[in-house]
Design a binder for this molecule. Structure first.
Ligand SMILES: Nc1ncnc2c1ncn2[C@@H]1O[C@H](COP(=O)(O)OP(=O)(O)OP(=O)(O)O)[C@@H](O)[C@H]1O
Ligand SMILES: [Mg+2]
Length: 458
């Protein structure tokens, strides 16, 4: 700003000092960062910032590197998926090291020797996951890995980085990424020594362009992938699980169609197992079209009166026809609990006599056919469905149990007449129940009755 000639020297000095202060504040990350973008305080070795797209991950990583440089650390590794990512995002990008540097401490970037150098002598070298061997040998006191979850050789790159991260008394690594369910990411997130912070795309809404927000909202909101891309959640899929994310996603609906019959199914927490157990409560229906619809999941940690109240509230608000409850953990008690809250609800007790997998398979087969639709996202239920490997001895999760009871009741229950393929499936389930000695079920795709089910229009 030009200053008029008559202004005194002391005023000029004051103006210069004010300008200097304003400039310093402009580059003071602590003033601008949201708390979940700042490096954790105290002693840590790995900081894992997992967050949705556009959260400000790259900016947070770059600012952390700047802070390390200012604190006197000077042998840094910048690790990206490709050399182009390192250059275009971590260094030259809008949130990269060059853009965030204050004018009084600008680094220089020499692409030919993959090096960023600061005036105080600190050096950062660029490594890419495309060449994991590059990281074998060099030692560092600090490292920043951007978008680790997208690497092609994440484990090898990470291991090499770790071997060389041993300079000085306080080496540290910062990971900034939208997570995926790769083994390295899951391992780090479950490691109690790793400090995890993060948040969602929406946290940074004020700094994101409206078209970007509109685009990713339209693409991801209300989907499982959206939990990963917008909220930074890890979406897991177990080997051998009866359900897959993809199947559930493809069949998902936003709007409830006309319905024929609605049930609320309860898998009450066994009081003997302590208070940590959840009570599964699922509301599901058969539509006029003969497909199954999962309307709501109101499972949770409840006292007996609590789960009965919650289930009965769902029964009334959804206009349900029946409540079914598994009574393996004390039948009279379950009925008594329900009747105490509302003596008039229509209620059926169900007993688990067959194995959980055997019970769940016909239901899973209906999902395979795309005949069961979730209304909106049922996050915790879907996690349990896709993470339960359904192997012998593994306890099935409560929400899944309630789901299986709800759909089984819709298939076989007294309102099952005329429900098209569901009634047919019910006959087959009844027939398999009637067998004196239960034989192990064949794998789903070889199961003749499932194969014989009429397929609807896709
Ligand atoms: N606390 C903040 N204050 C102001 N601007 C911010 C802040 N955090 C991030 N930004 C800006 O928001 C934009 C997006 O940030 P950034 O590129 O770091 O996000 P990202 O999570 O790495 O995105 P992507 O998922 O695309 O990699 C950038 O312009 C960045 O400078
Ligand atoms: Mg980024």
């Amino acid at each position: 700003m030009a200053i008029a000639p008559h202004v005194s020297a002391s005023k000029r000095a004051l103006i210069a000092a004010l300008e200097q202060k304003a400039l310093q504040q402009r580059y003071d990350w602590r003033r601008h960062a949201r708390p979940n973008q700042l490096a954790p305080t105290g002693a840590w070795f790995v900081w894992f910032l997992k967050a949705g797209r556009g959260f400000g991950k790259t900016r947070s990583g770059a600012e952390w590197v700047r802070q390390r440089v200012d604190a006197g650390f000077g042998r840094m590794a910048l690790v990206a998926k490709t050399p182009a990512d390192a250059r275009d995002v971590m260094i030259e990008g809008e949130s990269g090291l060059l853009a965030i540097a204050p004018p009084w401490h600008r680094p220089t970037w020499q692409p030919s020797n993959r090096r960023v150098t600061w005036p105080n002598g600190a050096i950062a070298t660029v490594y890419s996951d495309e060449v994991p061997g590059q990281l074998r040998g060099p030692q560092h006191d600090s490292a920043w890995c951007d978008e680790l979850a997208k690497y092609r050789n994440p484990q090898e790159t990470w291991d090499n980085l770790m071997f060389g991260l041993r300079l000085g008394a306080d080496p540290r690594v910062c990971v900034t990424t939208t997570p995926t369910s790769i083994a390295l990411v899951k391992g780090l997130l479950h490691d109690p020594r790793v400090i995890v912070t993060g948040g969602s795309t929406y946290d940074n809404q004020a700094n994101l362009a409206e078209p970007f927000l509109a685009m990713i909202r339209a693409r991801y909101e209300g989907t499982q992938l959206g939990r990963q891309e917008l909220y930074g959640d890890v979406i897991e899929q177990a080997e051998g699980a009866l359900w897959t994310r993809e199947r559930i996603e493809t069949a998902r609906r936003k709007i409830i169609p006309p319905l024929r019959r609605i049930v609320v199914a309860i898998d009450p927490a066994a009081t003997s197992k302590g208070t940590s157990d959840e009570t599964g409560i699922i509301v599901a229906a058969v539509g006029e079209d003969g497909d199954g619809y999962v309307l709501d999941d109101v499972s949770g940690h409840y006292s007996p009166a609590g789960w009965a109240g919650r289930a009965i509230a769902a029964y009334h608000t959804q206009g349900a026809d029946r409540i079914v409850a598994e009574v393996n953990n004390g039948g009279e008690m379950v009925e008594h609990t329900i009747r105490t809250v509302d003596p008039n609800v229509s209620y059926t007790a169900v007993h688990a006599s067959r194995g959980k997998r055997t019970r769940a398979e016909p239901v899973a087969a209906l999902y395979e056919q795309g005949r069961v639709h979730h209304i909106g996202l049922l996050t915790e239920l879907e996690d349990q469905m896709c993470v339960w490997s359904a192997s012998d001895g593994e306890a099935s999760p409560d929400r899944v149990d309630a789901l299986v009871w709800a759909l089984t009741e819709l298939i076989t229950g007294d309102g099952g007449d005329g429900l098209g393929f569901l009634a047919y499936a019910g006959e087959r389930i009844a027939a398999s129940k009637a067998q004196a000695e239960p034989t192990p079920d064949p794998p789903v795709d070889e199961n003749p009755w499932i194969a014989a089910l009429p397929r609807g229009d896709p």
